[in-house]
Ligand binder design. Sequence first.
Ligand SMILES: Nc1ncnc2c1ncn2[C@@H]1O[C@H](COP(=O)(O)OP(=O)(O)O)[C@@H](O)[C@H]1O
Ligand SMILES: [Mg+2]
Length: 244
Amino acid sequence: MNDASPMKKQMAEKTAGTAGANGSALRLEKVSKTFHQGENDLAVLQSVSLNIEPGELVSLVGPSGAGKSTLLHIAGLLESADKGEVWIGGKPSSKLNDLGLTSLRRSTIGFVYQYHHLLPEFSALENIVLPQMLAGIDRQVAGKRALELLDMVKLADRAEHRPGQLSGGEQQRVAIARGLANAPAILLADEPTGNLDPETADSVFAILVDLVRNVGLGALIATHNLDLAARMDRTLRFEHGRIS
Ligand SMILES: Nc1ncnc2c1ncn2[C@@H]1O[C@H](COP(=O)(O)OP(=O)(O)O)[C@@H](O)[C@H]1O
Ligand SMILES: [Mg+2]
């Protein structure tokens, strides 16, 4: 990785461009979400507001069942809020139709799950090329970028391996690279090292943090691990539907 990297330059430009709108990579304003289950109403998010600046690395901690995944899914435009507004890179989302949401999600949001969700029949490289092609990027350009991302997660020599030929930590590093494929404004990660043994979790997390810092994008990362959370710029504690 060097300073002249086209990937880094593109991400920096994109982040700078999106920051112009209101200076924020991700903003939630009074977001509420209630699940209705039979007779019961479960108010998972109660008027949650938060703001993440470009380049800011923020952890989201809270007990299991607190609503961290729901919050990330709503921030990632994978699920809709009942009330409130979500801005990604300065763009409001609540009035968009499905097509508009998909397009905004593809171009501005990177998502990393606890499980890698890589396509088993495709190589590591192809798994990073595909989301770019879905966003309309030329195959050759996408391939070059995918290799650069694999290099950033220290897996350039595993480009042709399929997920089944990689270790758990390596699979998750490919998933992280894939999350950055379309140069997002914000990276959302839901317990990205939760399936790994402590030592591997530690090294994968270090790579994730380096990568996010290096390209200067905003990141919101849910984790159970308070040691990992402490390595970020700021921690949001989430409990009983609210951020304390
Ligand atoms: N689709 C759904 N329908 C009903 N309840 C749900 C749904 N998704 C999540 N929940 C409930 O919402 C609460 C928060 O879940 P979740 O966001 O997964 O929490 P966390 O990620 O912090 O463990 C849990 O009690 C869960 O059972
Ligand atoms: Mg969860």
